[in-house]
Design a protein around this ligand. Structure first.
Ligand code: ATR
Length: 278
């Protein structure tokens, strides 16, 4: 039941119809018997500034941002946390005393997902190899650096983009030419795909794992399908793997707690999302 006092949050996207966040947050609201709602907000880029100005006046407690708004949101908030600043993107806004606080919980979500699935990440911290240098890669790069990975390599189809990302984040990050991936794979202890390759409706990730270190951890931020061809192939070669859907769950926790005042139960969240999608 939503009363007149309900706390209202949502997700702004353009389009927003693909977002799994409304299902997830409303599942948690129901589980915790919270008087609140989380709604999809179809906001065109030219209306983003208006939306940021008006929603707090209507009592919204905050919102998430999805494609294509995360970068533009950075300039529309009053304060940003260190993750949002370094990543250059805001995915969570909390309205606090009339001010808009911008956060980035994608990086934390990425690491929390790995820790929940794998446990201690220490054995995998020697050499990380990231595939891709787009927006999602920035959050992963920040996360790996914060977690203290010793070497972080970035390989991207467009090498110049990998170089500029590596330069911006600095040591221990460096760009690796795409064609040098096979020679590097025996040393890699964490392999992460941050590109959209392998996603349903996208081209496959054309990468041979022949040389992969069987002691490596392999993860993918693509979660549709849940088990990407990269993860299936890696597991066949003895690697430990972690699916990416949990990143979506964990990035949501922080906003939920700030808006609705309770920590949600992450135990059945992935299962719930998958059941909703079926
Ligand atoms: P996002 O914000 O979701 O990361 P993006 O900024 O468009 O999206 O980045 C997509 C990533 O996937 C990039 O690293 C991109 O490589 P380029 O920088 O060379 O464009 C990568 N990517 C997309 N399609 C690709 C393809 N067909 N082959 C190789 N890499 C691809």
């Amino acid at each position: 039941v939503i009363s007149g006092k309900a706390r209202i949050a949502g997700v702004m996207g353009w389009p927003v119809s693909h977002s799994l966040s409304p299902a997830l947050h409303n599942h948690w609201l129901t589980q915790l018997h919270i008087d609140g709602a989380y709604i999809p907000l179809s906001v065109a880029p030219e209306e983003l500034e208006n939306a940021f100005r008006l929603l707090p006046k209507f009592g919204f407690v905050g919102w998430n941002l999805t494609v294509p708004h995360k970068e533009a949101a950075l300039k529309l908030v009053d304060e940003v946390d260190s993750a949002a600043k370094a990543i250059g993107a805001v995915n969570t806004v909390v309205v606090k005393d009339g001010k808009l606080i911008g956060k980035n919980t994608d990086a934390g979500g990425f690491i929390s997902n790995l820790k929940q699935k794998i446990g201690d990440l220490t054995p995998y911290k020697k050499t990380a190899l990231m595939l891709g240098a787009g927006g999602a890669a920035r959050a992963v790069a920040y996360a790996l650096k914060e977690e203290g990975f010793e070497t972080i390599l970035i390989a991207n189809r467009t090498h110049a983009r990998a170089q500029s990302l590596a330069k911006e984040f600095g040591a221990p990050m460096r760009a690796l030419p795409w064609e040098e991936i096979p020679g590097m794979l025996p040393q890699v202890t964490l392999l992460v795909n941050t590109t959209t390759l392998g996603m349903e409706g996208q081209p496959p990730l054309a990468l041979s794992l022949d040389n992969i270190n069987p002691a490596a951890l392999v993860t993918d931020i693509v979660y549709r399908p849940l088990e990407t061809p990269l993860l299936i192939e890696a597991r066949k070669r003895g690697c430990v793997t972690a699916t990416g859907l949990g990143m979506l769950v964990f990035q949501a926790v922080n906003g939920f707690a700030a808006w609705f005042g309770k920590l949600p139960d992450i135990e059945d969240a992935e299962e719930y999302i998958v059941s909703q999608r079926a």
